[in-house]
Design a protein. Sequence first.
Length: 423
Amino acid sequence: YDRFRGRIIIPIRDASGRAIGLGGRILPDADGPKYLNSPATPLFDKSRTLYGIDLAKSAIRREKLAVIVEGYTDVMAAHQAGFTNVVASLGTALTQGQVELATRYADAVAIAYDVDLAGEAATQRNLLEELGPEMVNKVRVIRVPAGKDPDELIRSDPDAWRRAVEEAQQKQRVLMDYFIDRETTGVGDSVGERMRAAQSVLSRVAGMPASLLQGTTVLALSTRLNLNEQDLRDELGRMQVRSSSSPRAPIEVMPEADPAQPTLTPLEQQAITLMLLNPTLAAELDPAERLPFRDESAKALGNAWQEAVSAEGAPDLERFVAGLDLATADLARSLLVSARANGSRPDAASDREVLQVCLVRLRIARVNEQLGDLETLIRAAADDGATDDVRQLERTVHQLHQVRGQLEEAMSRPALMAGERRS
């Protein structure tokens, strides 16, 4: 009672409609944060939860778009007005887990927040770093007229809201495009002014792992500001060097977490360590096959090491690690220190088989996760009477079962797999 005093209490449900927590929206005359949620529990993690997803998922599939707003009342107003593909991020900054949940039902996500996302550089950087390069390109921005939040706009002018959503969907204005538009509009003609605008945008992506997003940002700035592309790439490189050499801010450590331990699963740790200790084995992996790691730092490290091995054969590990971004470099050092402490020594013959087994088991785990998600979708589609969707999803399940069967068969012949890759 003390936690939610002076608030409207709202049940929060998961995608299956099960109550997993409570939300509290502040009353007009009360003091405190606008939104307050239940504490984290094994069932409730607000960074992986969207308010209203149980009611919106069918419309999200139908519209091929998930619209994410900030608060519960925004969702209520939208659904009452017939915009039923709207969910809320529980009054918190958008997270990667929330985008992943939304994209189970539609490839595209559009956000409409009360705050001006372009208003503060730190907010932009935090959002980009939280989402990561892949997710950033799935998130579009709905332009809400200044001074209004989605709730107010939907109630006062539902047609304007509909047009704003359609514009975001049709123009495919992703999050980075929105930031670039805001920073480059109205910039003066002088080279100095144009370069300062470009630097402002580049600072948002300089701290991220090397990605296609950085390259497309440079190209967009070069075109819009009429600046030399190589000059912009050089400036981005200088920012990355400064970012990697600057002191780190203190990190708040949760009591139950051990900051010295990476968040990888044991299989991911073992696979990455074997790749680092055996560049020959990393070179044998097919670069066209995505590494089956869930952890983003593990993906970044594995991909960077494969590229380095492909280019140099047997790169110097210290030099390679020094060229990584901070988070990925920390992960690499942690794994190497652990390997040395355990007395691990490269042994290509035995390590090859172990690595192949690790990767196959990880791929099986990823397939099992997909099957779990599909089971949820099938139940939801069946509840909605969407028989065509059920059939299509069941075909996908059948295909995934075939893939899993092939992977499980491969588990019994890892040495043959390695031989096929080398031949």
